[in-house]
Design a binder for this molecule. Structure first.
Ligand code: ZN
Length: 197
């Protein structure tokens, strides 16, 4: 039987690596984790101390209707004790580096609607990658070398400032910033209403 996708493939899933085995602690936002018989997009990854000890928390969402049927029809969180996760491996597809891939730090409002995003792209003018000038009024730019980390760092800051709010790191392939932002907004709306990509 030919494999006919029931939903159009998301630009978040363009140009991924094959499924590779890696350390569980090395899973990053943007990876597609293979778990519970399903493919799950990692929306956010963080570490925190809870009453159960040091935990790695992965926010994930199913990439298709079939994957949601095997798991959940909404974004959900997988928590694992860090001491245990340290010895665990995970199977995941990773986004290939591309100058057409935008990395967005996305904020949701309290109804889980898209409320805004900041974007980063490897190769674009970047103040974070440039040396810090002594005079803060004199901004310097260099081609960005680590857009993924910039978006993830910003999410980490947002999680600390607004711990009740949801934040996602999304990495669509897009031609322009406007298009990347549109994909992110549509993705958040699909997750909220349909429950998968
Ligand atoms: Zn940069």
């Amino acid at each position: 039987m030919p494999a006919t996708p029931t939903t159009p493939v998301s630009p978040l899933l363009t140009d991924m690596s094959g499924a590779l085995t890696q350390m569980r602690l090395a899973v990053r936002p943007g990876d597609v984790l293979h778990a519970y018989g399903a493919r799950l997009l990692v929306l956010n990854t963080r570490f925190g101390t809870t009453e159960y000890g040091e935990r790695q928390e992965l926010s994930v969402v199913a990439v298709s209707h079939e994957d949601a049927r095997a798991t959940w029809f909404h974004a959900w969180s997988m928590g694992l004790d860090v001491e245990y996760a340290r010895r665990e491996s995970a199977t995941a597809e990773s986004p290939q580096p591309s100058t057409r891939r935008w990395w967005l730090a996305v904020s949701l409002d309290d109804k889980r609607r898209f409320s805004g995003a900041n974007g980063f792209r490897d190769g674009s003018d970047c103040t974070i990658c440039a040396p810090r000038p002594l005079d803060p009024a004199r901004r310097e730019y260099e081609p960005c070398r680590n857009a993924h980390a910039h978006a993830w760092n910003q999410i980490g800051d947002l999680d600390r400032i607004a711990p009740g709010r949801r934040h996602y790191v999304l990495g669509p392939i897009a031609e322009t910033w406007e298009q990347a932002r549109e994909i992110a907004a549509e993705t958040c709306e699909r997750i909220r209403t349909v429950g998968h990509l």
